[in-house]
Ligand binder design. Sequence first.
Ligand code: 6R9
Length: 645
Amino acid sequence: MIYAPKEGFGRTARIQSMEDYQFLYRKSLERPEEFWGEMAQALTWFHPPETVLDADTDQVDFSWFGGGRLNACYNAVDRHVKENPRKPAIIWAKNEPGQYELITWRDLKHNVGRVANVLKAHGVKKGDRVCIYLPMVPELAYTMLACARIGAVHSVVFAGFSADSLRERILDSGAQVLVTANEGPRGAKRVRTKAISDEAVEGLSQVRSVLVVRRTEADVPMKAGRDWWLDQEMSKHRGTCPVEWMAAEDPLFILYTSGSTGKPKGVMHTTGGYLVYAVTTHRYVFDLQPDDVHFCTADMGWITGHTYLLYGPLANGTTTVLFESIPTYPDAGRLWQVVDDVKATVLFTAPTALRALLREGDAYVKKSSRKSLRLLASAGEPINPEVWRWYHDVVGEGRCPVVDNWWQTETGGVLIAPMPGATPCKPGSATLPFFGVEPVLVDDEGRVLEGNGVSGNLCIARTWPGQARTLWGNHQRFIETYYSRFPRLYFTGDGCRRDEDGYYWITGRVDDVLNVSGHRLGTAEVESALVAHESVAEAAVVGFPHELKGTGVCAFVTLKPEFLDASTEQMMGALKEQVRHVIGPIATPDQVRIVSGLPKTRSGKILRRMLRKIACGETQDLGDTSTLAEPSVLDELLTQQSQMQ
Ligand code: 6R9
């Protein structure tokens, strides 16, 4: 089924029709320098760019807005203080329900300035790296913006990572200052951020200062000469701090992401290109309106937090919500409660959160009003059509466009997404490319697949301003990871289908595509079929070697509470029949394993690689299990596997 754009929505939308979209899209490809030169004018430049693009594709070296000088903090903060000093820049929704703090643009500037002065007093200079290991507190935003203000490069590490992971990232970035908190409340738990930080920097002479946010009353050991309470340090400084005018290509931040090898990659983003791309995509993909309250539930430790919680909204002068808790605390009604309390107009969350909430039933949603909402967005993984429809029908009551947007840490911002006022949507498809983005599908031999109705490796044919420029300190690895598989094309690592209408359907990471009896099968497709069954809460599908088919299909499934007592035999049969029914006999799972939880990373991504190893019986070598959010789910999977052998 195709969902037409909402009537009424299109009248005020920035892009009101497919003709508008196609006109601008064509312009962005035919005259990219003119297009991006115009988009760059949304920012305040100390010195305007002299060129738009200088690309050396052979060397994989891209430079945007050469000669331009700007400051990301000035764009996100100072220029809005002039216009709107009393408007809330950040609404902080604290861990406990009903507790909010409003931070106006003026407060924001003052606090950012003080933190910037603290950083300087601790020896941080332009180009130095600062590691930030904080829960979702205002000081997290202050510190990122303070770094940007003085030209330091921030490296935010999600406050759910282990001490080893933190240490590895501190070492790789060469950060000499670490900013953390005594502890971080998160749902019913408290994350012991200071204790983990202590372990991470133990014996590391590289780290000179550890600045500690006092989030709770908890007393933590402070090492004299190294550890400092941030509030005390801030009280020593004034809020005025001059901005450093950075070259457009100067680094703004590093963000680590996991690759196919064990060592995390320090993805590096620049000041000018990244910020132009953040404000442009935020404006069109979320159809920015002047009074928006933008509620993005992502943690700042991920790229979505950087681009669509902090830089995009703030640089566009939009009020943004900083959510300290989790969607299921104290119950599954929390997100909807926050939406009503802050009068959010845009809600942007991830399929994993939606699936968890869907599983709890509609009553929690229906208890809230949600009248303020006008747009719903989702990113991070393929959204199952079933979940898409629930988001659209139940959460949005059919009023709000659902914007499924596809992108990556490396892309800086959204690359494929509908225009909310114009693009007809098909649940499960991120639809069409954003301005300036030229997706190409190539087969495994690198041949470009022309036309519609084709599937292949998703690559991007030309650079865009938000593209990561390098991996920190290792440009060779950047070239090898993204530009060697298919020369001169950026390889995303995702598989993708372009349907008869030219719509893009991400089928998951390429290693998630199964070749069953010579037929290409997206694990996401099988998962969607399973999730569409009334009993299924979540599903993860992997391949395993199969004598006849080449690859067999193994489905790991969790059930909704009311189905937990059903007979396992019957349930397995029903689920096989479900897939057979929805996709066809070719996709029928060879194995259905009913489990009580799936292994996930702390950001909610299912660890399919681990499931694949289990399905293949390679339980001796599960690889790195340190990223598991709930290590106990692994025990159940292994017990089940040993019983099968
Ligand atoms: C933004 C973000 C990137 C990977 C990407 C893809 C998957 C993200 C998606 C999606 C289908 C979407 N992904 N958005 N798959 N539909 N709308 O999540 O960045 O953490 O780097 O992950 O996530 O597989 O390659 P990142």
